[in-house]
Design a protein around this ligand. Structure first.
Ligand code: PHE
Length: 467
């Protein structure tokens, strides 16, 4: 039975949904930390160059593949290659990767739910105490919250592309932008905030190393939700009347602006808390920063705005992060669903149920990787350290396979589909693409410089993590 394929209602619907996917924990947390450690504006400049010259072309290729084939990643690689098995297998990697990353994202988003509930009950003080985070992530009550969250997510997904995904993004993305601007404006009025701004915006090229440059590229790649089949799938819901290049540009612009503003929020907040902040002390893990460090900062604001005021600010911040995480979560969980619908001809409802069962199967042990079960907390050992089940998925999929999928997308578009095929798709809905500077750049770089850079990142990550 061929079910009618979902579609976004308009260009802006696509842009908001894709930006909803792109804007996530990466923007609000990882980006500010990376920028502060790696030379502030110097990092920002490198990051922008990567977004424009490496990531943007890959975005165009992914969206075009999706729109051309009107399929999920496996179907897209399969159809455009004329059914070649090895390309279908490559596409499968772009289903498994988002599936596994969805597991990680679910675990972290559940923590956000617990934090919000704790804050609503007046527990800011408790969250600011050292050790509370470790207690929370090891509490069996997490499963109850997980059930609540995932039921909500799957109900949204059962609503389909227009009624579920797009509608969620239409409400949450503008809310998120307003909250971010309001919070930033508030933090900038605090004493000591200017030191944070200076730290963030004065370039220090002395801090740039090869690792920084590497990190900037991976960050840009993840932040734009590339290499996960997300843009292929969302591209398959994109209308042929609209321009891919201009929509992708809007998504990249929104994603990057939100990352930039998040830096303008978090660094001044940290410096207002302690003017002598040594940024080397900021936790290396972004997760540690938001869950352990930021509650202390919010609590310190009670001197100026009282406990209630500080709680309100903390709730606003965690809501912001929660909304960002929710729209990203919905986008990754949708990929396998699209695959089940296209390739196995399941109804959306059945595909959603199947995906819910599979996701639960992996999310349960991943949730138990933080002290609840020793066998999962010390699941394996490599690179000289103990790794949990969660760490293993993170290293394998997030850090390693992601750039590899990006690399295969470039090779596929440039050599199997061929630049002429890609160009023909990009011209649809955008006459100006033909003969443009962008087209010439794509023709030159998509099969050469861009995959070479992605491959280099892949190799250096593998060496770094596993050896
Ligand atoms: N782009 C998201 C972020 O910046 C990360 C993400 C990863 C989103 C995987 C969806 C899927 O946090």
């Amino acid at each position: 039975m061929a079910t009618a394929r979902g579609q976004f209602s308009s260009k802006i619907g696509f842009i908001l949904a894709a930006a909803g996917s792109a804007v996530g924990l990466g923007n609000l947390v990882a980006f500010p930390v990376m920028a502060s450690k790696n030379g502030g504006a110097a990092f920002l400049i490198i990051y922008l160059l990567f977004v424009a010259f490496i990531c943007y072309p890959v975005m165009l290729a992914e969206i075009a593949m999706g729109r051309r084939s009107k399929r999920n990643p496996v179907g897209a690689f399969g159809m455009i290659s004329g059914g070649q098995r090895r390309w279908r297998l490559t596409g499968l990697l772009a289903i498994i990767t988002p599936f596994m990353i969805a597991v990680l994202y679910s675990v972290i988003t559940v923590w956000l739910v617990v934090y919000l509930k704790e804050l609503a009950g007046g527990g800011l003080e408790r969250l600011a105490v050292e050790g509370t985070f470790n207690e929370i992530v090891a509490a069996p009550s997490l499963f109850g919250y997980a059930l609540l969250l995932l039921t909500g997510v799957f109900l949204i997904l059962a609503g389909g592309v227009k009624g579920g995904i797009e509608r969620l993004a239409r409400v949450l993305m503008p809310t998120l932008a307003v909250m971010l601007v309001a919070l930033t404006a508030f933090v900038l009025t605090l004493d000591g905030a200017t030191a944070g701004i200076a730290y963030y915006l004065v370039p220090d090229f002395g801090k740039m190393t090869l690792a920084t440059v590497n990190g900037a590229l991976s960050q840009a790649f993840f932040s734009l939700s590339l290499g996960m089949g997300i843009l292929i799938t969302y591209g398959s819901y994109f209308s042929r009347q609209d321009s891919i290049p201009s929509s992708a540009r809007m998504v990249a612009l929104m994603d990057t602006s939100i990352a930039f503003f998040a830096g303008l929020l978090i660094l001044p907040a940290i410096f207002a808390f302690d003017p002598n902040t040594n940024t080397d002390d900021l936790s290396t893990s972004s997760v540690g920063l938001i869950f352990s460090f930021l509650p202390k900062i919010f609590l310190s604001m009670q001197a100026t705005v009282g406990y209630l005021g500080a709680t309100v600010v903390a709730i606003a911040f965690f809501m912001l992060v929660f909304f960002a995480a929710l729209t990203s979560l919905v986008s990754i969980i949708e990929i396998p669903i699209a695959y089940f619908i296209d390739e196995f001809k399941l109804s959306r409802k059945r595909a959603v149920c199947l995906q819910a069962a599979l996701l639960a199967l992996f999310t349960i042990p991943a949730t138990m990787s933080f002290g609840m079960a020793d066998a999962l907390t010390q699941f394996s050992h490599y690179g000289g350290v103990d790794k949990s089940f969660f760490d293993l998925i993170y290293d394998l999929f997030y850090e390693t396979i992601l750039p590899l999928v990006g690399f295969t997308v470039c090779l596929f578009a440039a050599y199997r589909w061929k630049m002429s095929g890609l160009s023909a798709e990009l011209v649809i809905g955008d006459d100006r693409y033909q003969g443009s500077l962008l087209q010439r750049y794509m023709n030159f770089a998509l099969g050469t410089v861009i995959p070479a850079v992605l491959f280099a990142v892949f190799v250096s990550t593998v060496l770094h993590i596993y050896f």
